[in-house]
Design a binder for this molecule. Sequence first.
Ligand SMILES: [Zn+2]
Length: 345
Amino acid sequence: MPHHYFLADTDPTYRDNRRMIESMTKTVRLATRTKIIRIPVVVHVLFHTDDENIEVSQIESQIAALNRDYRLHNTDRSQIPAPFRPFATDTLIEFGLAVRDPEGNATTAITRTRTSKAVFPYDPSDPLATKKLDDMIKFSGFGKAAWPRDSYLNLWTCSLGGGLLGYAQFPGGAAATDGVVIQNRAFGTNGIAAPPYNLGRTAVHEVGHWLNLLHIWGDDDGACSLSDDVSDTPNQAGSNGSDVRISDFPHITCNNGPHGDMFMNYMDYVDDDTMFMFTAGQLKRMNATLAGPRASLSQSAGLTPVDTPALAPETVALATALVRSTVGDEHGDPPTREFDGVRWV
Ligand SMILES: [Zn+2]
């Protein structure tokens, strides 16, 4: 969210886009999407030492982790507490390393850039922190420029300082900085990925933001007034971190008993081995994004091999008519303020 607030404070176009997207998300959430959408991914590896120039197998393990979790194929879903199991959802979103680059040539969709930065520094007290990271990571000089965001999800992986695991840009921001940055030791499930962040779930969380999901506690850090604008996630007070384990269920805040916080959701801050699910309500926000500001991804040729005769681009079929969905949490104290795309008002 610091990245979001920086852009919201400094970029009027971003503010306008965010409010427009949120307004669309609130009123035109899609009921269902029955067809799988496959999102072409490009991974930009920035390395200073050779071990940071991660193996292809580590990159592939991150793509596999995204597919595992977005398709609800994760075997640890069995640990979802029974009261929350009905809300766990297969998003029908898949990811694949692109096989066609922006110029139409065959590609591995992995770029490798040696950088003079031993670590990309991050100072959480600096309001310009994520802007400075973007300037270094997403442009030539120290980093690598993005591929067109209309056709690709850009993932950068590198050594981040300040304890930062990753950050994402919500829909509505500038094209040049669109995408997700992930700490290389929290990327994928093998290679230099290290516990407790070695199940690929930093990227699962950050790609959730890229698809316009908010933190499940509504970023009010202890209050009960703000929410994630998703109706099937209980209102919760603050984030849950490494100290909250699945054995701590139920973890009650904001009068959301008997089941408490849905802290095993990917949009909380628990360790990788404690997060297992997205909900149907979160999927509605993601579907609104995929039918709205990121609709062009379904037309991408990024996953069409270059030696394949030109095929009609795949379109995402919407199974049912658009429906309105009420905004507000079903459990615990109701939130008192609503997200307008920029702030809770
Ligand atoms: Zn987050």
